[in-house]
Design a protein around this ligand. Structure first.
Ligand SMILES: NC(=O)c1ccc[n+]([C@@H]2O[C@H](COP(=O)([O-])OP(=O)(O)OC[C@H]3O[C@@H](n4cnc5c(N)ncnc54)[C@H](O)[C@@H]3O)[C@@H](O)[C@H]2O)c1
Ligand SMILES: O=C(O)C[C@H](O)C(=O)O
Length: 347
């Protein structure tokens, strides 16, 4: 079931007739917070092309009127608005502000916040991004308490627990509707393994579990049918998946982190959430959610999605002794990063 869903994800981006469909059947309002940024702009572009989106709401502290005006010339059935915190919006007749941006949204995707520079860990972003995510999630609680929230802002291992605490304080926490987006880790693992196996990536589906930072990212290569790498290759692929973000940060040399691949991953994740909201009963994808699979209170694993978000946090099956070693190493770090988020929200 998971591999079928994964194949659909890839097909969604390669099937032009679906991509450029002009019929927005049961389309939903989707808000992107941080929509003028490196991820936000290409993510908004991809969502403007989605037949599952009827209204695209772009919100940022700068630049969204221009982003929205630009996107609005694309001939798809969805409408688009550009929203700023105070004065200025696109179209000019539209009420601006976060209330207008969020009201009626079914899904809110949050890539707002600063990215890494070489030499930084994702945790080094905490001091800036924790407050940004807290403020935005407070607004979500006020103006779209029933929306599914998809958190991209790093450090995801801490920003998702912050969001949970904020929603609890506001009395609207629904664990089925709060997800950290770890889809980029799955994309990377699929890409790297497909290259190593000489396969088309659409025929590969790696389950990636844990969190979204360094060794907390654990690709389960032992579960890939027909894949039996040497110990050396398995180690290299595991570490490359764990540190794929660093590879991009280094190559961008101070100009930020992954934006284009993340926009693609964020689009895939959102499309699948929307497809499930519209009644598809085969949607399974990895997400960082409240979980009792391990003793970390949040954990990424395959999740089944339905009309109201996550309907089942699925197990991750048998893992190899090699993977268990990584799991044992990861859990203390992951729990610490989760607790840091919880403490921040409650200070
Ligand atoms: N989850 C993942 O897999 C993943 C992958 C890549 C990047 N990221 C993270 O995504 C975040 C964004 O990365 P980017 O490259 O797009 O950065 P960016 O700096 O290009 O864009 C961030 C945008 O957020 C906006 N912003 C800042 N504060 C805001 C607020 N209070 N309200 C609304 N918007 C606000 C900025 O104006 C900017 O346009 C970073 O934290 C990065 O680490 C996560
Ligand atoms: O590496 C980063 O800082 C951005 C993102 O989390 C990624 O995995 O690319």
């Amino acid at each position: 079931m998971f591999s079928l869903a994964s194949r659909r994800l890839v097909n969604a981006a390669t099937n032009n007739s679906r991509f450029f469909s002009s019929t927005a059947v049961m389309g939903k309002k989707v808000a992107v917070l941080g929509a003028a940024g490196g991820i936000g702009q290409p993510l908004s572009l991809l969502l403007k092309l989605s037949p599952n989106v009827s209204e695209l709401s772009c919100y940022d502290i700068v630049g969204t009127p221009g982003v929205a005006a630009d996107l609005s010339h694309i001939p798809t059935a969805s409408s688009v608005t550009g929203n700023l915190p105070a004065a200025g919006s696109w179209p000019p007749s539209h009420n601006t502000g976060i209330e207008a941006a969020l009201t009626g949204a079914s899904v809110v995707v949050i890539p707002a916040g600063v990215p890494r520079k070489p030499g930084m860990t994702r945790d080094d972003l905490f001091n800036t991004n924790a407050g940004i995510v807290k403020g935005l999630v407070e607004a979500c609680a006020d103006f779209c308490p029933d929306a599914v929230l998809a958190i991209i802002s790093n450090p995801v291992n801490s920003t998702v627990p912050i969001a949970a605490e904020v929603l609890k304080k506001k009395g609207v926490y629904n664990p089925k509707k709060l997800c950290g987006v770890t889809t980029l880790d799955v994309c990377r693992a699929n890409t790297f393994v497909a290259a190593s196996m000489g396969k088309d990536p659409k025929d590969v589906n790696v389950t990636v579990i844990g969190g979204h930072a360094g060794i907390t990212i654990l690709p389960l290569f032992s579960q890939v049918p027909g894949f039996s790498p040497s110990d050396e290759d398995r180690e290299a692929l595991t570490v490359r998946t764990q540190f794929g973000g660093d590879e991009v940060v280094k190559a961008k040399a101070g100009a930020g982190s992954a934006t284009l691949s993340m926009a693609y991953a964020g689009y895939l994740f959102t499309e699948e959430v929307l497809r499930a909201m519209n009644g598809a009963d085969d949607v399974v994808q990895c997400a960082f959610v409240e979980s009792s699979l391990t003793d970390a209170p949040f954990f990424s694993s395959p999740c089944k999605f339905g009309p109201d978000g996550v309907t089942e946090v699925m197990g991750f099956g048998e893992i190899s002794a090699y993977e268990q070693k990584w799991m044992d190493q990861m859990l203390p770090d992951l729990k610490k990063q989760i607790q840091k988020g919880i403490d921040f929200a409650n200070q």
